[in-house]
Design a protein around this ligand. Structure first.
Ligand code: GSH
Length: 295
């Protein structure tokens, strides 16, 4: 585990750290940004929870760091943020043979690929949920930062899918205290982005797709408590009707223990951009802050 601090930037009341490290899961150097809030620097809290934010197609850790304004909310409530990259990168990492932006580099879909030539590097599920929290914990070695236990997950579009899938796949161990998403792909097996990615990374076996598809996963995990998933979706998002289709998640939970526990907020006129994401970050921050015991 070797981390490099590429830069340390004063931002709001805390600092944004741009880091890179060698990942054993992806076999590449991975970039990750971490925001440590003012409470960390002023020693105002002895256990700062962490929210993991998974970005969407074509993003690097910079898009969200620069355009979502999570930092203001992190200072307000006292949580840290982790902004991972969306895929492995490098000259030897295979990309999309069709040169698209919806598969390959910048589009790892947060799954563990089983198909060649992707399986070697595209182990994003294990990277995000296992390796990254562990190595961050070891790198910071600071008991006031909680990368492992009191944690939440959120994301945008492909990252919204990654957040919901990761939350549900770890639901029995309650790895994540809460989950929310901005314009997520909720049923990847049934939409073009997901069909292309799952076909390429997982092959043609329907059972392999189901293992990651939130609309299937949610039917297999029992919610006997008060957990809710918060989702915002703009009605003028060009991807809303063909790729995202949040209503498919509502349909899949009918008659299950999750019925009535998905808070889907359709927001009139908003698009798919960070103008949309940043507008609702304060609500998602409050939702997670509550579930992380900060308010
Ligand atoms: N690159 C695509 C857009 C893909 C896209 O909208 N990506 C979303 C996530 S799915 C995003 O966050 N883009 C980066 C940004 O807006 O900063 C295009 O050129 O049309």
């Amino acid at each position: 585990m070797s981390f490099k601090v590429e830069s340390e930037i004063h931002c709001c009341g805390g600092k944004l750290l741009k880091l890179s490290h060698d990942s054993s899961k992806t076999g590449t150097s991975m970039n990750v940004n971490v925001y440590l809030p003012q409470q960390f620097y002023h020693k105002q809290s002895d256990k700062i929870p962490v929210i993991y934010y998974l970005s969407g197609l074509s993003c690097t850790p910079q898009n969200v760091s620069e355009k979502a304004f999570w930092q203001l909310q992190a200072d307000r409530f006292g949580f840290a943020m982790v902004f991972p990259d969306t895929s492995p990168r490098g000259e030897d990492v295979p990309g999309d043979p069709a040169n698209g932006w919806d598969f390959g580099l910048g589009a790892g879909f947060y799954v563990n690929a089983t198909q060649q030539p992707y399986a070697k590097n595209y182990q994003m599920f294990s990277y995000i949920h296992d390796e990254l929290p562990t190595v961050l914990d070891q790198f910071f070695k600071n008991p006031s930062l909680d990368f492992l236990d009191n944690i939440a997950i959120t994301g945008h579009s492909m990252g919204g899918f990654g957040a919901i899938a990761g939350f549900l796949k770890h639901y029995s161990s309650k790895k994540y205290k809460s989950c929310s998403a901005f314009a997520p792909i909720v049923n990847p097996s049934k939409v073009p982005w997901g069909e292309k990615a799952f076909g390429g990374y997982l092959g043609s076996d329907a059972a392999a797709w189901e293992q990651y598809d939130p609309a299937s996963l949610i039917q297999k995990v029992q919610n006997n408590g008060t957990d809710r998933i918060l989702i915002h979706q703009g009605t003028s998002d060009p991807f809303y009707r063909d790729q995202l289709k949040p209503e498919l998640l509502l349909e899949s939970v009918k008659g299950t223990s999750w019925e009535g526990k998905i808070d889907l907020e359709l927001v009139e006129g908003f698009d798919h951009s960070y103008f949309f994401v940043s507008s609702f970050v304060p609500q998602h921050a409050q939702f997670h802050a509550k579930n992380l015991g900060l308010i």
